[in-house]
Design a protein around this ligand. Sequence first.
Ligand SMILES: NC(=O)c1ccc[n+]([C@@H]2O[C@H](COP(=O)([O-])OP(=O)(O)OC[C@H]3O[C@@H](n4cnc5c(N)ncnc54)[C@H](OP(=O)(O)O)[C@@H]3O)[C@@H](O)[C@H]2O)c1
Length: 339
Amino acid sequence: MGCLIVSEVGAIVGEGFYTYDGIVHAEQIALDAAAGRARGATAYISLEPHAHRGKTPPCTKALIEAGIRRVVCPIEDPNPLVSGRGFSELTAAGIEVSTGILAKEAAELNEKFICWHRKGRPFVHLKLAMSLDGRISLYSTVSTALSGEGARSQVQNLRHEYDAILIGGNTALVDDPQLTDRSGRPRRRPLVRVVLDNRLQIPLASSLVATARHTPTLVFTNGNDGRKIDHLRDAGVEVIFSDAGGRNLNWVLAELKERQIQSLLVEGGSEIAGSFFDAALVDKVTFLVAPLIIGGRSAPAAISGMGTESLEYAWQLTNIRLDKLGNDIQITGYPYREK
Ligand SMILES: NC(=O)c1ccc[n+]([C@@H]2O[C@H](COP(=O)([O-])OP(=O)(O)OC[C@H]3O[C@@H](n4cnc5c(N)ncnc54)[C@H](OP(=O)(O)O)[C@@H]3O)[C@@H](O)[C@H]2O)c1
């Protein structure tokens, strides 16, 4: 969320953006910077200012009291409890409100928050590194580093934007990943690690288990190895048991929602990626394509699962973005299908 205050003569006199919980909102930061110059100015804001008192005082009140003449803001707050109230309050105070400009871009900036309110579940972003021929590893039993340095540091930026990362039991076993945010920037809240692991393949000696006391780690399972579950719990892992275990992805997402996780980065492997597509639960994808050709029948394809029986049902991407990261190509987009 960002806010710019522009004076009557067109000069930017204040700017602010929301960083994380407990920090004053973008509007207040921008108004503080503008001080007396906010009178008669226009405020450009990326999301409807809130009219209610939450963790911070209402931003509408601050805008009105500062003497803002016009507010340009593309989209309403998606929270049905408050949606439209901010705009109504500003209009009632005599402020001119312009909406709809750059609405698509604003919706993308706020995509996680919008998904949380509209779909009632965390926003799901699937990220995979793959070769030119769409393989994510040499074999599903070995860890294969496909990405170059540029792509690897981009992954840290991506992780920084998410509340949780999810992997499958086989990736936990084979890759022994840390799944941490090493961007070096302060976080809104600790990154939660999630493993879907019915057979409880995750090794007790893995990095995830070893660090579970300091970094929240959830394992969804229907496994009945009571001793292993006890060891995992003793190590600080939260083991969440249900009959379907990790197989019921809607239930997994509902459990994550209960824990206030608004956004989820799914980092594979192939089976997990396929299950999320089969359940039509992927909101965004990022493929990091390395200039390598692996070939062979044993190398796992990026997306497994049931797949589609006809091209008409294949997932397509919209709003595609291509970036070159060293020798790798990053492809980002939003999956949809016509049928
Ligand atoms: N290049 C990349 O970006 C990348 C990323 C991650 C992994 N990898 C590689 O991919 C390979 C592992 O991939 P994988 O496909 O074999 O394993 P995976 O997707 O990591 O894990 C699959 C296992 O997860 C469990 N599971 C629980 N809930 C599930 C659900 N809803 N859908 C699907 N599976 C569920 C299943 O075991 P249970 O029946 O026991 O639950 C399943 O066998 C490794 O070689 C790894 O190095 C590459």
